[in-house]
Structure formats: C-alpha cells, structure tokens
Design a protein around this ligand. Sequence first.
Ligand SMILES: [Zn+2]
Length: 592
Amino acid sequence: MKATPGIDLIIINATATASDVVPNQDIAISDGKIVLLGQNLPALFPSAATLDAEGAYVTPGGVDSHVHLQQDNSPTGDTWESGTRSAIAGGTTTVLAFASQKRTDESLFPVVEEYHRRAGGQAYCDYGFHLILTNPTPTVLDKELPVLVSSGISSVKLYMTYQPMRLGDGEILDVMESTRRLGMTTMVHAENHEMIQWMTEKLEARRRTEPYGHALARPNIAEDEATYRVISLSELADVPILIVHMSSKLAAAHVRAAQTRLLPVHAETCPHYLFFTSERLKGENFEGAKCVCSPALREDPMDLEAMWAGLANSTFTTVSSDHAPSKFDHPLGKKKGTSSFTQIPNGLPGLETRLPTMFCGGVLTGRISIQKFVELTSSNPAKLYGLGSTKGTIQPGFDADLTIWYPTPEQAASHGTSVMTPFQLSNDMLHHDIDYTPFEGMEFTNWPRYTILRGQTVWNRDAGGITGSKGDGAFLKRGPSTLSKPRNVFVNEFNPYSREPSQAAKSSGRDDGETLTGHSSSVKLRSPQSCSAKAWKRPLRLAGPTQASPVTQSPRTTIIPPGSWNPPRLWKNAVAYAIIVAGVNACEAGYA
Ligand SMILES: [Zn+2]
C-alpha cells in the first residue's frame, strides 16, 4: 500500500470556486478524484504533471440536467456522440438526458435498454437518464419504477402538454404517489394544453401559420396557469417537484410564493429565456423556426429580467440547456413546419453554449455571482438529481470534473497572464451536429479553456480543442435528491397515503391506525403494544410531548392541540421512534 496517493495531475494557481472562492489554490488529482486542495502542492509531489490555470476561475464541471439526445422525435439532431462532444467543448462534464416512453410502450424496460444501447460507448462525458412517462400504468408505477430506481435512474419527467405525451391531473397525482414513495425527483413541463390547442385552432383558421404563430399560441397565461396547478398538485401529493424550462414572470412568482410557504418546489430556466424575446420568431426566410421552443420565447423583456432576478434570488434551482436538437435545413428538421408552425420540431441547441453564455452574460456582467453560477449550473443539479456526493463541487473525494476558464482582466493583471481574445460565435466553431446556433454572432470574452473529466483533460481550446474520445463518459447510477424530500405535511388532517382500514377494523367500526394531527401535519401511528382494540384504551405517551402536553387517547382519533406537537422532533426522538417501530413491527406498515 502506498503511503501517499500517486498524484496524476496538479492544477496550479487556480481560483477554486464552489460555494466559496478561494484564490491561489492547487488541486491534486489521483485516480480521477480530487484528493487534495492547498498551496505549493507540486513541492510535495514533484513527479506529478501540472496544468497552470494562470489565476483563472476553476469551476466544477458543468452538470446539464435537461438534455435531449437521439430521441425518436428528433431524427435530425445530435447523436450521443456529437451531443456529448459539444458538451465537453462547452465545459459540461455530465449530461442528464431522457429515455422516453411512447404511449404505446407498455413496459419501460425495453425503452431504457434501447437508450442504454444508443448511449453506450458513445459519450464523451458522463451521463444519466431521466424517464419520460407517457403511459404510467399500475405495472409501470408499482413494478417497474422500483427496479429502475435500483438501477440508478432516480427521476421522471411528466408533460402537461403535447398530445402524445401529456398526462391528466389525476395521472400526475398517481405518478407523484409513486415517485414520492421511491424518492424520485419529479420534473414537470407545465403549460395548459387546452389553452394552446384552442389558440392554435384559431390561428390556423386565420392562416397565422408562420413561426411567430407558435409564440401567439403559447401565451404566458398557459404557463402561469399550469405552473400554479402543478404546484397545487405537488402540495396535495406532498411531493417535491422541479418545473422545467420556465420563462414567465408570473409563473416564476407562483414558484417564489410556494417556496415562501416552504413547499419543496424547484424551478429551472434556460439561457434562451434569459437572452431572447419572441422577436426572434419573426425572422425572414423562415429563420424564426430556429427559435421555436416550448414554452415560447416571451414577448416582453420584463419576463427576461424576471428570469435573471429569479436566478439571483434563488427562485431557480438550476439552469439547463434543454438542448433539443433539430437541424434547420432538413425536411424532417425545422423545415418540416414550413406550411404550419404546428409541424416545427420544438427546441434549440444549447449544450455547448450554456456555460459560456451564463459565465459571460451572467457572471462577467455582474448579474449573478460566480458562486451562484456554480450553484445553478453544477452543484444544484448534481444534488437535485442524486449526484451530490460525486459531482458538482471541488472537494477531496469528489470526481475531478473541472472547467478551467481564461483569466478575467483582474486575474490576468494580478498573475501576469493574459485574457482570451474576444470573438463572435459562429456555428462552425461548435461541436454539435446542428446547422445553426441561436447564439450566432454573440460576442464572447471568455470560454472554457480546459475541460477535465475525472482527471483527464478532454478539451484544450488552445491546442486544437477536443482531446477526449467517445466512450470516455460513463453511465452514472444516481440516488435520491439531497436537496429536498416530502415534508409529511398534508392539506388537511387526512393523510392520503395511510392504509385502507383493514376488514377487522371495518367490522369493528374502527380504523386500526390512529391519526395524530397538528400544524396541518399528520402521522399515522399504531398501538405499540398490539393491534387489539383493548390496547388502544391504554394511555399512550410519546417522549416528545411531556406531562404538560400528554397525548390523549380516544377510541377513534387522537388530536394533539396545535403548538404541543412538533413532527420533526418526533423523528429525532429515539424513544418515540422506538415506539413507532415496535408498533409497525407488530402490525405491519402503519404510517406513511
Ligand atoms: Zn426538454
């Protein structure tokens, strides 16, 4: 056994940035992991290779948690190979893409197997799958999801719109019941389908079929209503959610209000909702189709400002690309919709540009801090989607996934180094397999200079670019979210997850569990002694409440006055916990 780890690489002179900004750091890497942070590390490990960050920011590798690659509904876009190649060229080292169930798919297993086949051996960066559920049968929810969770797929995405994908409110609640039980993260595309349908019919009847019709058909109000509705569904079901790709000021205000009420509601937005208005859909020669996405780009710059404000004040948990690639000049790509916007494939390419646009347009302009940038683009998505112990920060023990930027003017001045030569982006500089970028012509004053994936330099911009290979990326088995979980708080005294009364209890006219309520929270307990009716007549005293606030006992329901019952304390209290466990063991599962 080695007395000291064999150091493979040391990044020197880094302004290491995660939750804190620490200048003049060296980052030592061994076997793909960060093992040491400190100063003058090359003196300790003189044989290790070094890479000089020249005083620039080194941020955790980007985690893009909303990416569409090689789905059946986008036949002209990126493959796993080209998509993940563009990821590393833009500083992203992890993508979470989708394995998409079709309505006709009775089982998820062949779907997941097929997406594994498509991605396996092809990826330049690490990856995982979210499941898109469009046919959530009882078999899928009860039998298949638990298996898929144990195989490392810990999130689902649901659609409230798109005819072939959308679920009704009742179906969403059924899915939420399962994801809550399994500790899965639930992502939701929130737009009101019927509103959009109705507007689309009116627009088509008046021959407003040009790309801009897409924006007219999907007004803010469709997003606002569905956002409020899905927050309500999640509150009813007591399940954390993430609302994907948000674009509307009022919808974001609904999220903010929910968070202020302590609901575990997360939200995501994307660079295109921060930089573009719906004017983009009005271009000549069908150019507007390039910016057709859902929700639509917004008309009023006030919405864009609200998205920036939501980033700065933490309404948003993540910034993703929603990379949804379709070629423009292709009969099955954007040009499929020349006769009507309804046929234009939705979505924009953005995997490679996500970090540079947020770094230049957010950090360097002072709209968000560098720490907030790291949170939104790496740490938070890692935590929310069950990668919080391996990805998303610069700490010993974490994967050595790093993005090294060019020095800012201040960093260059203090280290005697130089800044990147600014440039205007053109699509031929990018590494995706799409024939356009919505960011064409945008000026960039910084860009990822190096991308490091588990200790290996996979992108070196000054030395020709891609230095990694397809197959470098590994499938990531993900666990539960470490950002939020159900609160065990229900909208009234009824816990929808409590078990049905047993036959015996029904015949004796009594439920065999008891509901303790307070602060609109309820916990279902069983008698610690036995399940017999007799046992319930004995006084039950929990260790949390004291003599002054005894748990009074009645044959039917025990009510604890608000103020004397503190649910979190119950779980911290070993004695109370033991009582509950004893009860559960005696009578099988008895609370939820
Ligand atoms: Zn999407």
